[in-house]
Design a protein around this ligand. Sequence first.
Ligand SMILES: CC(=O)SCCNC(=O)CCNC(=O)[C@H](O)C(C)(C)COP(=O)(O)OP(=O)(O)OC[C@H]1O[C@@H](n2cnc3c(N)ncnc32)[C@H](O)[C@@H]1OP(=O)(O)O
Length: 400
Amino acid sequence: MTDHDVRTLADDELRASQELFRATLHAKPITDDEWPQVRAGLQSARSLGVHEVDSGALIGTARSFDSALTLPGGGEVPLGAVTSVGVRADRTRRGVLTELMHAQLREFADRGVVAAGLHASESAIYGRFGYGVATWARAYTVDVRRARMRQDAPVGGRVDIEDFDRAFDQWAAAYPAMTTRPGMLARPAEWWSQLRRTAEKQDGPVTAVTHRGTGGVDGFAVYSVDRPRPDSATLNLLELQAGGPEAFAGLWRYLLSVDLIHEVTANGRPVDEPVELLLTDARAVSTTAQFDDLWLRLVDVPAALAARTYTGEDVVLEVTDPVLPGNSGRYRVGPDGVARTDEPARLQLSVDALAMLHLGAWRPSQLVDTGRVRATTAGVAERADRLFTTPAPPWCGTFF
Ligand SMILES: CC(=O)SCCNC(=O)CCNC(=O)[C@H](O)C(C)(C)COP(=O)(O)OP(=O)(O)OC[C@H]1O[C@@H](n2cnc3c(N)ncnc32)[C@H](O)[C@@H]1OP(=O)(O)O
């Protein structure tokens, strides 16, 4: 096999790595006009490249941006948000991605990054590197002609259409207070640049709206509109964040009031988002898809375990992690804390299965019943269900 050199790319190599990534997704090359905006979405020293030693060609890349992950109980840990992963089509299936993933995980561990997260293009790729599905999302459509807000839906605050530049600064300042669900991510400035780019790439016009309650900005939404016929248009919700019930109801009241719209489509929303409960006719809402959202990888297992809260009785877990073997071992996990232990294991699991439990997307008993986790004593799966339970399903809500 040809020798490979895996290293962090310099700033003047970022365009080539983004071009490579786009080619692997069958997207057109970046134009000179586009490049400044693409560059604004990238952090320096966070892109890895694999070069062939003999030809010097770049054949694989993966990058990340620095973020933080909200955990059950409200704690946060540093997260490497992994994206732009691609291997040149004529060099796939010979271990290039494996080299990239291993190098990236080691680099995260060296920098004290506690977890890594990504959105997968295909679900068969990342489990082998210790990633597991840790949040779900749903897509739904609202039939606007059928949708009437209930009288008792919360009222308060106001909605304003905003200029993008003004809106983004205010949203970036208000957003951290909204990251209350496990699975939500901190958004660095580069992420907001990318949202702007996403907005500008839409075929139809894009609108930004802000909800303000008594305490100031507490919600926002971005949408584009497709209007194939004069009397029929679809409002595509690209982003909606609400910091409370009045913001959520207020934004939906506005979205359903926009003239000439016959349906609203929403993608990547929480599986339990209660939009149906705002309406007199719940069947105005149709779920069109449910899909894996955030894939999580615990880079520092003891730190990640210790940063969330638990309920019920302690359970001893035995974790195996072939890629980062320092994580392997037994941990007593309970409401009073997490500690390494020599006690006998009650649940034996791989690091990807642990990631599936960590935010509450799956119950341990589901993983035991399907052979993904091994229980060594009767009743321990139910005890672990109570231990890892969360009040609401986790949701990421930040696409990258
Ligand atoms: C977070 C993101 O950015 S998601 C975007 C990911 N990128 C893409 O989908 C772009 C198109 N695809 C590609 O660029 C490449 O095919 C990649 C990155 C998915 C895989 O790169 P490769 O260098 O071929 O992976 P590598 O050779 O290291 O494969 C490792 C293992 O994963 C398996 N594998 C790799 N890709 C896939 C796949 N798409 N489906 C199923 N298995 C896969 C390989 O068969 C191999 O299995 P083995 O260890 O049992 O032999």
